[in-house]
Structure formats: C-alpha cells, structure tokens
Design a protein around this ligand. Sequence first.
Ligand SMILES: [Zn+2]
Length: 181
Amino acid sequence: MGDTISSRLGPGAPSLHLGNGALSVFFDVLAVAVMPRARTDWELRLARWIVESDQLLLGLGTVGFDVSELGWTAPDFEAQQRFLVALLDAALDREGWEHLPPALRQGSPRLTELLWQVRDMVARFPREVVPLPEGDDFRWPCGPPEDGRCELHQVYLHATGCILCNDSSLDEHVPHRSPTL
Ligand SMILES: [Zn+2]
C-alpha cells in the first residue's frame, strides 16, 4: 500500500509513488517545521492540513495529495508559494527536529530527496491556474487548527490525537496516541 504526491497541473512534474512510511515521515518533519512559522489564515490552515495528514486519522494509504489541492487563493498565491517553499527548505535544514520522536531524528537520503522533489513541484506550480474550480480541495481545512497542541511534541493536535505521538514507537509513553482504526 502507499499513495501518490503529484502536481497534475505543473509542467512535466512526475507523480511520486510513496510507501506509507515515507509519507508519514514527510508530514512529521513538516509538522515540526511549520509550528514557529505559520501566522496567516492560509498558513495556519496549511499547518492543520499537515497534522491532519496522519494515517491514524485518515487511514493507511490516504494521505497522498496533488499540489493543486492546497487551497491556493489568487490574491495571495505568491506569498503562499513562497511560504511553502521556505517550509520545505526549513525541513531540509532539520528545523524543529528536536521535537521529533527519537527514532526519526536521523533522517534519510530518501526523505531528503522527497523534500527536494516536492519543493520543485511547488516552486513550478503555475499561478495561472489559480483560483482552481471548487471540488479540487476536499481535504483542505475550513479554518485554522482548533484542537490545541501536543505538550510533548509541540505540534498542533488533530481531532483524534497527535501525528507525532502516532508515529512514536509503541514502547514510548506519549500523551496523544489516536485510537487504532
Ligand atoms: Zn505528540
């Protein structure tokens, strides 16, 4: 099982087929990097979208996405694109990794490659297609995070728990593990 990250409206961008583990770690590192950065409504929705991209919330093999699904708005597109590219750079610089579960702090060449690939997709996403027709963003949150923060990992909680508690090894004691689906 696994899922896809794609940019169907981007120029020549290949779809990336990823296993569940690779997708989990991708969202984990974005979850910690986005915390000190998100300020505007769109940035906070992005932060919520990241922590909701948890396979213990949505189900295994369901957290893939297309770059067109990120709630882009025409007046602020450039700022949104800059923010997301800077966020991927921050993840590449390991920002916030001290908050990751210990087993994830080492990183991997595959993760680095994936962050670069998605950064390229975002940087090349064409502004001419924004705004997108409704219906392309079914997973995009309707507002900022509203479930508080995990006191252990310092990331936003989602409706059933914490994306990082859920990716901690089972012998670790963590405060917000979601019920198993
Ligand atoms: Zn947590």
